[in-house]
Write a protein that binds this ligand. Structure first.
Ligand SMILES: [Zn+2]
Length: 133
């Protein structure tokens, strides 16, 4: 069971899958904004131009269009913010278990021939110079 959970964690937290899911969610939310834009700004203008809407719009109708569009934008901002928080949690989860890789220094440069030699070498294996220190 533990191995299964570990495999699922590896699968679900893979960068590609997380990116794909976030892309789909953002895309859907953005589609809602575009739909709200056409439904509340472009469609009313077309309706006026084609005569589908009799007479001019009343102020309450205009206010309804504007508030519908603003709520679509607010929806998008909330979704993006929640995704941002989710991504922070996911990144934190992914960093758990990944220990900082400590690069251990095991070589140094020979001061004479500039070859890489063992850090505790007393003589260079390349140019046979004696290394002091
Ligand atoms: Zn050397």
């Amino acid at each position: 069971m533990k191995k299964f959970l570990e495999e699922f964690k590896t699968f679900a937290l893979k960068g590609n899958i997380v990116d794909l899911a976030i892309g789909m969610i953002i895309g859907t939310a953005f589609t809602a904004i575009v739909t709200a834009l056409t439904a509340n700004f472009i469609q009313p203008i077309l309706d006026l131009a084609t005569g589908a809407h009799k007479g001019l719009y009343s102020w309450s109708e205009i206010a309804t269009f504007i508030s519908a569009f603003i709520s679509a934008v607010i929806n998008f901002v909330i979704i993006a913010f929640v995704l941002f928080l989710l991504l922070r949690v996911i990144n934190r989860l992914m960093s758990i278990g990944k220990k900082e890789e400590v690069v251990e220094v095991t070589t140094k440069k020979c001061p004479y021939c500039k070859s890489d030699i063992a850090i505790d070498a007393t003589r260079c294996p390349h140019c046979t110079s004696e290394i002091k220190e």
